[in-house]
Design a protein around this ligand. Sequence first.
Ligand SMILES: Cc1cc2nc3c(=O)[nH]c(=O)nc-3n(C[C@H](O)[C@H](O)[C@H](O)COP(=O)(O)OP(=O)(O)OC[C@H]3O[C@@H](n4cnc5c(N)ncnc54)[C@H](O)[C@@H]3O)c2cc1C
Length: 381
Amino acid sequence: MRVVVVGAGLGGVAAAVGLHRLGHEVTLFERGAELREAGTGIVVMPNGIRALEALGLADGIRGHVMHGTHGGLRDWRGRPLLVTDLVQAQQEVETPAMVDRADLHRALRAPLPASVVRTATPVERLEPDPTGVTVISDGNPIARADAVIAADGIGSRLRDQLFPGHPGLRRTGRLDLRGMLARPAGLVTDLLVSQLVDRRSGAMFGLFPVGEDRLYWFTDSALRGTPPGADEARRQMLSLMADWHPLVPALIEATPPADIYVDPITRLAEPLPSFAAGRIALLGDAAHAMSPDLGQGASQAFEDAAALTRHLTGAEPADVAQRLLRYDAERRPRANRMMRAAYRQSRLTSQTGVAAWVRDALLRAVPSRLATRQLAALWNA
Ligand SMILES: Cc1cc2nc3c(=O)[nH]c(=O)nc-3n(C[C@H](O)[C@H](O)[C@H](O)COP(=O)(O)OP(=O)(O)OC[C@H]3O[C@@H](n4cnc5c(N)ncnc54)[C@H](O)[C@@H]3O)c2cc1C
């Protein structure tokens, strides 16, 4: 069966590998000039690791599973609010892996033969008819497929084409800065695997180890008006966090400006009515772009890729639409639940004033065992 995958991000590449290994004739179209993933670190949650395992793609990630003993939320000075026990989490459901985005993408795409990949090929639209789908780029037909997987990311134009009445993306009113740097020699800190929240400003800072020798940090704060450039965003963040735990401004200062990424956070304004339309399925951010607060975007994309691979095992051109409906029925409720939960988490961590004071008091009262169990429940598919 001929399958076209549009978009070679983490989700598209994982799906292309799964479908190629099934023996389908896969073509992966990517608008970029080369296959690559830019950016910093990424947390792959245990459910994402399990999905990669099902795709036979987890080898590269297993060595990066986090072995810290505690994580959770802290206040801006680093004092614990909600402690999660990673040892207990590991016993119940494993723990997340923290990896370099570029390394992860490289490991995922390694099994794809070069003949499958067509870079510098932006897909403009899809023209479905009763016997297949014609893929159009630059006004010309470039492929004919029995099934198309639209994995063209958060700004998906294929999503717009399939669901023209959908309101599309919405800004959350938050700005994200993130960076990666060499781990300072001899650094020992209990802030690792933690997120610090500040009830005065609603800002947040997270810190994770990447392997033995690097650190990944991210911040999230209110965005008013036009997003600032990288230098200005860094300056504003340093000023906002000047009286935080001293490690926070020190790490932001120590990160080379060129290694800092700035993004206004957007998400789908509303869940999509379906992840499938005839012979076309949506996957990853194209289907369920969510705010990054639960670190689930890529893990949900991997769950999509594993589910699609399962549903298209032994598929024939005649039964594709039926199988994609089953993919939609399996994936949409869970991914949409995650999207809503991520937004709730965003609102919780960005609270200010009395609501945030109450939040902090309540968080301090939650027993670590219960907090860990709730986290494990989220990671269980
Ligand atoms: C600040 C931030 C932090 C995050 N942290 C985490 C985290 O810790 N853990 C986690 O799981 N998730 C995280 N996420 C989310 C995660 O990065 C995404 O969910 C994931 O990368 C989505 O993968 P994707 O393959 O669906 O889309 P993308 O990675 O966006 O890939 C889409 C690809 O399609 C290509 N493309 C687009 N249009 C076309 C076209 N018309 N024709 C051909 N090619 C096209 C693009 O060039 C791109 O290569 C974070 C997101 C943000 C913004």
